[in-house]
Design a protein around this ligand. Structure first.
Ligand code: NAD
Length: 469
């Protein structure tokens, strides 16, 4: 029998949470293993999430420049999309980054083990490989980082051609003529922005009153206005009754906001109604690990109720399903496992970024949440139509909104929609982290001309003193 390998820490799952946890554990001198069931490292974010979608969004943006070439004084009579080449570029980016993850794990002396990992008793993890062979390792600490999978509507099954989730939609061999997207959360609106711009007729069905329903209502309203102006059909308060496969594609019956029943036909259907945690089959039932609707409960150090067992990323109860949150949770967990002090994550200071067109980014409380929490507010807004750099880029829509407490001007939330706002949000997060006020932000000198000046101007606007409007 092979000798059991002993580790200080084993990570199950190599998505953004898992691989970052393993790298940091290696840096802290812990003998570390990472266990991954797939034949590639990087998880959802790298293979079927953040990275490939943002690559495709960039292609769509480039295509937009071609479509609007005349505005920039460029005569471009003929251009077309080579979808296969678009896909190849995306795949190359993913492959390169996956190699990078492997390199970083090696550099930090992390052992990579392929197979399905599960808790096999205190300090023990079993690994079942692709051939069904099971082996065991010993680990003083285990970090569960198994991520999530897209939810499906009851009675439907993804088939790779017609019924799609975030996974299959990335592998389409041809651009579909039409697509119905169920769900206007991040996945739904990002893919709407991709396929609409590539010429697919896109219809989005959202059951709640607004698209991107977790955002400040003014942001949702601006996005809906922009989507409709672009030609994306968006039905909110749409109750999907039935989705069926047809000879040509799919048929979706729904009840609209007006209470009338409607039926839509399309070549493809993307189901983007949220994700479920991968917590089954991990051997949790024989541990003290507590679950809440399938998600794992943890304390401020990311430790579960089972000593030495941590959980990070999409499986954590109450934590947003975001790669950058998983990064932070991974670092917190292994820092604690290494016996070093940690500060619990402040989930109020997590940036939310949706890379649709126009982009959306936010941090902290929405105006409604802040009022409901009892704050008296001062709100500053600044439109990108009055920002010089946005003008140079040819962008006229969107705005920055700062929600601050009336008394001392403490910034409670920052909400943005418009060009490159997913980059600009970092400043707002930094200021909030430092407990900055709108006045502090006013004293930060911003380079001119930049999109970031819209943040400065929104800070000036909190006290009614915006300059360029
Ligand atoms: P989501 O929960 O963000 O959005 C799902 C949307 O579908 C919601 O608006 C919901 O109201 C709607 N919905 C649910 N059931 C429906 C139904 N039957 N009919 C019509 N609408 C319905 O989920 P998602 O967009 O699938 O994304 C999954 C997770 O991944 C989210 O937590 C998201 O934040 C994260 N994610 C983040 C990014 C990013 O940060 N840019 C990108 C993609 C995904």
């Amino acid at each position: 029998m092979a000798e059991t390998l002993h580790y200080d820490l084993a990570v199950i799952g190599s998505g953004p949470g898992g691989y970052v946890a393993a790298i940091r554990a290696g840096q802290l001198g812990l003998k570390t293993a990472i266990i991954e069931k797939d034949d590639k490292l990087g998880g959802t974010c790298l293979h079927v999430g953040c990275i490939p979608t943002k690559a495709l969004l960039l292609n769509a943006e480039v295509l937009d420049y071609f479509k609007n070439a005349k505005e920039f004084g460029i005569v471009c009579k003929e251009f077309s999309v080579d979808w296969a080449a678009v896909q190849t570029r995306k795949d190359k980016i993913v492959k390169k980054l996956a190699k990078g993850v492997e390199f970083l794990l090696k550099k930090n002396h992390v052992d990579m083990i392929q197979g399905f990992g599960r808790l096999a008793g205190p300090g023990r993890v079993s690994v079942t490989d692709a051939k069904g062979q099971t082996s065991e390792i010993a680990a003083k600490n285990v970090v569960l980082a198994t991520g999530s999978e897209a939810k499906m509507l009851p009675g439907l099954e993804a088939d790779g051609r017609t019924i799609l989730t975030n996974r299959e939609v990335l592998e389409l061999k041809e651009l579909p003529k039409s697509m119905i997207i169920i769900g206007a959360g991040a996945v739904g609106v990002e893919f709407a922005s991709i396929f609409h711009r590539f010429g697919t007729k896109v219809t989005v069905l959202e059951m709640l009153p607004h698209a991107v329903p977790l955002e400040d209502e003014e942001i949702s309203a601006e996005m809906e206005k922009s989507f409709r102006k672009q030609g994306i059909v968006l039905h909110t308060q749409a109750r999907v009754e039935k989705a069926t496969k047809t000879a040509q594609g799919v048929s979706v019956a729904f009840t609209g906001a007006d209470g009338k029943a409607q039926t839509l036909e399309a070549e493809t259907l993307l189901v983007a109604v949220g994700r479920a945690p991968n917590t089954q089959g991990l051997g949790l039932e024989k541990t003290r690990v507590e679950l809440e609707r399938g998600f794992v409960k943890v304390d401020g150090t990311m430790q579960t109720a089972e000593p030495g067992v941590f959980a990070i990323g999409d499986i954590v109860a109450g934590s947003p399903l975001l790669a950058h949150v998983a990064f932070a949770e991974g670092i917190t967990a292994v820092t604690h496992a290494a016996g070093r002090p940690v500060e619990p994550i402040n989930y109020q200071q997590v940036p939310n970024c949706t890379y649709c067109e126009p982009e959306i980014a936010s941090v902290g409380l929405s105006e409604r949440q802040a009022r409901e929490a009892g704050h008296k507010l001062r709100v500053g807004r600044f439109p990108f139509s009055a920002n010089s750099k946005a003008g140079i880029l040819g962008v006229r829509e969107g705005f920055v909104k700062i929600v601050s407490d009336e008394k001392y001007g403490e910034i409670l939330g920052v909400h943005m929609i418009g060009p490159r706002v997913t980059e600009a949000i970092a400043e707002a997060v930094a200021v909030m982290r430092l407990e900055g006020t709108a006045e502090d932000l006013e004293h930060i000198i911003h380079a001119h001309p930049t999109l970031a000046e819209a943040v400065l101007e929104a800070a000036h606007a909190v006290t009614g003193k915006a300059i360029h409007i």
